[in-house]
Ligand binder design. Structure first.
Ligand code: ADP
Ligand code: MG
Length: 677
């Protein structure tokens, strides 16, 4: 009764001209027990035959019968089971795992079978009794002699009590006395099982072998024996790789630490740029809404007047019809349209502030009360809307200092007023106490002073600018009847939209009327600065998107390369593990686990670091340059989308790395790795 029976077994390597027939049409039968020697010249195909029998290679033709089953047709689970249970392998160059002690090498196949480490070690020690000294068992292979290593390799092969042991030139690298010890061991093992020994040492084989198969130029022939059907074991899945993977962390902590550092920096910069990328639009929108004068605009009507010179045309601004204005603002739920008195406090106005002088923009708001709610550092309290209070923005404080809070701003307004039969130069004094600071979108801001428009309007309407006897003229009346070329001509209306919900539709109206041909001309500082900043930031964000993409590629390739570098540096131990019956996916997991752990850990740590970094940046820049509003862009981007994209990114990196590893493994030839020194 035999264990193996091959029929017309052949193996060719390469294609076309470089095709090599390593083994051709071999018919051999191998018994269930005994030591069979395989002999032949170098290059005759001995190792090839052994590789085929051990399932390290697939044959190009013919069949290998093992216990009545064809080894070519095994499922992957059966093939795994065949390696785990049925065969033990011994090579010329030992193929021990270099980072494990001799004992750990011996017990490794037992762990693959799911045996507990302590039981496996006990069994390993028992097997090694009388063959290897106890003190040798704890040593690394690099600290042992060739003979000791080969004896450990034979004990490892015997540990699983296989049905066959294949030994390829087991004495090839040993001196005579060690060779004899090794052959004695194999001979003893052959009493219970088949031991196939390949050697070109004829004398040694003649002394030990029960029979010898001769291979000549890839052909082997041997007496035929009948095979007996039997059972094949299935592959066993055990979780050995988890412990092994964690153990590997301590072995390569330097490499892992640098992987961790590189990934941390990569994820941190990805998160920061993603935060800015995601944050710029919501931030600008929030700031636009937050801006105190978001709902304030003026509206006028522009008319072209033709002149005698046909090349020249004049544009005259006139007060539009109120119906036209109401029609334009129809989509809004609430708004007010007022006569414009803000010419009294135009664009930039000089003021005096306890001795010093300054210049700022005076900005009307519909009510100081609502502005008050959004302001900081309030000094005292803000009474009813009157012309004695104002708020300033943070750009104002940056320029004139926080001492100005609580002080009075003295402003002189007025000019040359003319009416029917009179002309008068009038100067009016206003005194406004700074009640608080409004923190606002400061990036493009200049110093500003917010005052209550209704208060100004009430004051102006009733203020007498000319009075002589019966005739009294108020500023209100003067403005109503002014001609368009006087500076208080009041050709505009002022619009106040105070409901926050109306702001978006209001900006849409401003957008719709931004055309040159539009019948009305709206002017809104909030809209203009938002629009120009949005354009700028759109350009910036496309740069950021390109940068982000490149960074993603960069971090991805660093991760994939660092994972692949493990494969490149550990091909041999990986091949040994697989030849001993470890599952391919377990081997990949075992070697990739430490790196994957580092990637995951660095991703997790990068989250709080990114938030802290953006926060610190924000604080630092605010203190240094007052640029906080720009950096709030980053803060606005810190939301669930950022975490989600980080999670997806890490998943994608890991999947790509695993696939890259699996691809690399497809090209891994077990037999080649096992035979290379
Ligand atoms: P032996 O072990 O008898 O010295 P081998 O079985 O190793 O011989 O090789 C037999 C022939 O097959 C040789 O000519 C060798 O060059 C060739 N060969 C072996 N393995 C490979 C391989 N992986 N790729 C290409 N040729 C190979
Ligand atoms: Mg060989």
């Amino acid at each position: 009764m035999g264990l193996f029976k091959t029929r017309r077994l052949s193996k060719t390597y390469g294609h076309g001209d470089s095709k090599v027939a390593a083994l051709s049409s071999a018919d051999i039968a191998l018994p269930k027990a005994g030591l069979i020697g395989i002999e032949g010249k170098s290059g005759s195909g001995k190792s090839t035959l052994l590789n085929l029998l051990a399932c390290l290679e697939k044959p190009s033709g013919g069949t290998i019968g093992f216990k009545g089953k064809n080894l070519n047709n095994l499922s992957s689970s059966q093939e795994l089971g065949y390696r785990q249970h049925s065969v033990g392998l011994v090579f010329q160059h030992y193929n021990l795992l270099e980072d494990k002690s001799l004992l750990d090498n011996i017990v490794f196949p037992l762990l693959l079978l799911g045996m507990s480490p302590s039981a496996a070690r006990q069994k390993g020690r028992n097997l090694a009794k009388g063959i290897l000294d106890d003190n040798l068992l704890g040593k690394l292979p690099s600290q042992c002699s060739g003979g000791e290593k080969q004896r450990a390799a034979i004990i490892r092969a015997l540990a699983i009590e296989p049905e066959a042991i294949f030994a390829d030139e087991p004495t090839g690298a040993l001196d005579e006395s060690n060779a004899v010890k090794v052959m004695d061991l194999l001979k003893e093992a052959s009493t219970k099982r088949l031991v196939v020994v390949v050697s070109h040492n004829h004398n040694l084989l003649a002394r030990y072998a029960d029979s010898i198969v001769k291979i000549e130029d890839g052909k082997a022939n041997h007496g035929q024996e009948r095979t007996n059907p039997g059972q094949l074991s299935r592959g066993h899945s055990s979780l050995w790789w988890i412990k092994e993977g964690i153990w590997k962390i301590s072995g390569s902590w330097r490499r892992l630490l640098s992987c961790f550092g590189a990934c941390l920096i990569g994820f941190l910069s990805l998160l920061c740029s993603a935060a800015f990328f995601l944050g710029y639009e919501p931030c600008l929108y929030q700031e636009r809404i937050r801006s105190l004068d978001a709902g304030v605009a003026t509206v006028s009507y522009e008319r072209s007047v033709s002149t005698d010179d046909s090349l020249l045309s004049l544009v005259v601004q006139e007060r539009p019809s109120i119906d036209l204005v109401y029609e334009a603002l129809e989509p809004l739920s609430s708004f007010s349209v007022e006569i414009d008195y803000s010419f009294l406090l135009p664009g930039s106005v000089e003021f005096r502030l306890s001795g010093g002088e300054g210049e700022a923009e005076f900005v009307p708001v519909s009510s100081l009360g609502s502005a008050y709610a959004k302001s900081l550092l309030i000094e005292g309290s803000l009474g009813s809307d009157d012309l004695s209070s104002c708020l300033v923005n943070d750009a104002f404080i940056d320029k004139y200092g926080s001492e100005s809070i609580g002080r009075s701003l003295l402003v002189q307004v007025g000019g040359s007023y003319t009416g029917e039969g009179w002309e008068k130069e009038i100067n009016l004094n206003l005194s406004l106490i700074v009640k608080g600071v409004v923190s606002e979108f400061g990036f493009l801001n200049s110093p500003r002073i917010y005052y209550s428009y209704p208060a100004l309007s009430e004051w102006a309407a009733g203020h007498v600018v000319y009075g002589e006897g019966e005739k009294e003229v108020t500023l209100g009346e003067l403005c109503e009847s002014a001609t368009s070329d006087s500076y208080y001509s009041n050709y505009r209306y002022r619009i106040f939209v105070s409901n926050k919900k109306d702001l978006q539709p209001f900006f849409e109206i401003l957008q719709a009327y931004s055309d040159e041909d539009a019948p009305l001309t709206f002017t809104s500082r909030a809209y203009l600065s938002y629009a120009s900043f949005l354009d700028l930031s759109k350009a910036l964000s496309s740069c950021l998107a390109v940068f982000l993409g490149m960074e993603l590629l960069f971090v991805g390739s660093v991760i994939v390369l660092s994972v692949l570098s493990i494969f490149a540096s550990s091909r041999k131990p990986m091949a040994i593990m697989m030849a001993l019956g470890a599952k391919k996916s377990s081997v990949i997991s075992c070697y990739a686990t430490p790196t994957f752990l580092m990637i995951g850990l660095s991703a997790l740590l990068s989250l709080p670091l990114a938030v802290g970094f953006i926060f610190l940046l924000n604080q630092g820049f605010e203190r240094l340059f007052g640029l906080h509003s720009l950096l709030r862009l980053g803060e606005a981007g810190i939301d669930s989308r950022l975490w989600l994209s980080l999670g997806l990114m890490v998943m994608a990196f890991l999947i790509v790395s695993f696939l890259a590893l699996a691809m690399a493994f497809r090209k891994l030839s077990l037999s080649k790795e096992m035979h290379d020194e």
